[in-house]
Ligand binder design. Structure first.
Ligand SMILES: Cc1ncc(COP(=O)(O)O)c(C=O)c1O
Length: 557
């Protein structure tokens, strides 16, 4: 009898363990199904593979014909490259000299310099088309380098420049004048903070505000709060989305440490919704609405422009439906929905992405332009999620500080910015915004098409990316042609063009002329020569073979 009872109990325990394992297995499978099939969707594998890729680069002869172009094309390219190089060295002399000097001691400059183009070409390009990373002034939509060359600025200062540089110069000056009496006193607030909070609550539609020093920190705090209040461990981010450089939101390449409590799921996918519906460990879902332009794609940089596979297309209706579905599942499962509007906030609409897509979040992070030209990160949220301590457990707190939080000068420049949004002038900026930028993109695309250039642009309002319509290994060269035609791009090259909203039609027409001239010159110089056998797939295959051969047959690690 006793034996029978024990056996039964063992069966019971075994059955329960089996059931638990099956549930876990099902969840594990569900998670795998909700991953995007690209490497960006598999952060751990991507990191491991990245460690496997050895350095190699092309010598001068291979540099010009890595796509096996015939000798005449190669020589044509070489002549074009030499002309460009001579132009660089005569036109940007002082700017290049100062950059080279500074790069010896600025690690960030060394990094951006090395990662402007695919690594196989990088060394040769750096030698002949050196970086010119200094500017001396800005005015209107232009910036001027140390040699006096004026460029149309399409870098957008990483997205900070929404209203135009002249506005931010004014905001900083007016702000500094307002808080001068207090100066850099930290810890106590300048009264200007009160109005900032009032306006931010109104803009975000949320109850409370906290100030930080960068977008990265704002995201850290939003996620920490979500974990604290839900008592769950994991954050969900979507494939390719950037949320700053803090470890938990950067689980793949770039972070030496694996992120243990992060799920990277597929954007716009039913399987991802299923994961959110079934798992119990998800504290928050982080959305960067910029992904609407390239769901599941990483921030496009020319250093990854190995072929012409870059794709982008903004479908507002589809993305809105996705956000609504996420909203519903987050509400149902008590998961905090965080909109990371550090990039797009105040660029798409006065009320940011929440306003633009008509979907409300529980926590919203802002940054960049909100500082009125100075460094900032802000979290706005529901009061139950923003609270940093528990009334019934005094030692259980959610700690967040920062020496420079609420710095008077930043608060005052911010105040100038948020007040400006209240004025008729500030509000008029957003009138017909999408229509204006969509028409500009369409016109440029029509011109590119009419000129039979294998290039087109895709846009999310004033945020643009350049796509390439014919397989090629040399698309990244366009950034250098654009510069000599007078466009200042950021270090990610043609992956991201960001326009400030003070661009007039005439300014934009001038940019479009530069763009066409650059693309035509590049075409003339033979970089887009392409034989019918060349496909994006065949390019990738060639590179893979090179990597494997290098790995197997070269000495060294
Ligand atoms: C969506 C988003 N979140 C966070 C960040 C990080 O902001 P910061 O560079 O101010 O730390 C960025 C920066 O580009 C961003 O685009």
């Amino acid at each position: 009898m006793a034996l029978a009872t024990t056996t039964l109990a063992l069966y019971g325990v075994g059955g329960a363990a089996l059931a638990t394992s099956l549930v876990k297995l099902r969840q594990r499978i569900g998670l795998s199904q909700a991953k995007h099939k690209s490497l960006a969707g598999h952060a751990r594998i991507a990191r491991r593979l990245a460690a496997f890729v050895p350095f190699y680069d092309y010598d001068e002869s291979r540099f010009f014909c890595s796509d096996d172009a015939p000798a005449d094309v190669r020589e044509h390219r070489r002549a074009g490259f030499e002309r460009l190089s001579a132009l660089y060295k005569t036109r940007f002399t002082e700017t290049i000299r100062r950059t080279a000097e500074a790069a010896e001691s600025i690690s960030d400059l060394q990094f951006t310099d090395a990662y402007r183009v695919p690594f196989q070409y990088s060394r040769y390009v750096r030698t002949h088309l050196p970086s010119a990373a200094f500017m001396q002034s800005s005015a209107g939509v232009t910036v001027t380098d140390l040699d006096g060359n004026r460029f149309y600025d399409v870098s957008g200062s990483y997205g900070v420049n929404v209203l135009g540089y002249d506005f931010y110069k004014g905001a900083i000056e007016r702000g500094a004048a307002r808080v001068r009496e207090l100066g850099p006193v930290l810890g106590s607030y300048h009264p200007v903070v009160v109005e900032n909070v009032k306006l931010l609550k109104e803009i975000s539609g949320l109850d409370e505000v906290s100030f930080h020093m960068s977008g990265t920190e704002a995201v850290m705090q939003a996620v920490r709060l979500a974990r604290y209040h839900t008592r769950r461990t994991h954050l969900v981010r979507f494939c390719g989305a950037y949320h700053g450089w803090w470890g938990d939101v950067q689980p793949g390449i770039g972070n030496p440490q694996p992120a243990r409590d992060t799920y990277t799921l597929r954007d716009m996918s039913e399987e991802s919704l299923r994961v959110l519906r079934t798992r119990r460990d998800v504290a928050c879902v982080l959305i960067n609405p910029l992904q609407a332009l390239h769901p599941n794609g990483s921030a496009p940089s020319d250093s990854a422009l190995l072929d012409s596979g870059r794709r982008a297309h903004f479908d507002k209706e589809a993305y809105t439906a996705w956000l609504l579905a996420l909203r519903a599942v987050c509400t149902e499962r008590n998961i905090a929905l965080i909109f990371d509007e550090v990039f797009v906030g105040f660029r798409l609409a006065r009320g940011g992405a929440q306003d633009y897509f008509g979907v409300r979040a529980d926590l919203v992070t802002y940054g960049k332009t909100l500082g009125g030209g100075l460094p900032i990160g802000v979290v706005c949220g529901r009061s139950d999620l923003m609270k940093r301590f528990r009334d019934d457990r005094p030692a259980d707190i959610c700690f967040a500080r920062g020496t420079f939080n609420s710095h008077p000068y930043v608060m005052a420049a911010m105040n100038d910015f948020v007040r400006h949004l209240q004025t008729p002038d500030g509000q008029s900026v957003y009138r017909n915004l999408d229509q204006i930028w969509n028409e500009r993109a369409q016109k440029l695309n029509e011109r590119l098409h009419a000129e039979k250039l294998p290039v087109e642009v895709a846009n999310l309002s004033s945020i643009w990316t350049v796509c390439y319509t014919r397989p090629s290994r040399y698309n990244w060269m366009l950034q250098y042609y654009l510069r000599v035609e007078g466009l200042a791009l950021s270090w990610v090259g043609t992956g991201r063009l960001i326009f400030s909203l003070d661009y007039t039609d005439a300014d934009f027409a001038a940019v479009a002329d530069c763009f066409i001239a650059a693309a035509k010159a590049m075409q003339r110089d033979g970089w887009w020569w392409s034989n019918p056998a060349l496909t994006n797939k065949s390019i990738k295959r060639t590179i893979l073979k090179e990597v494997i051969a290098r790995r197997l047959f070269s000495a060294g690690p």
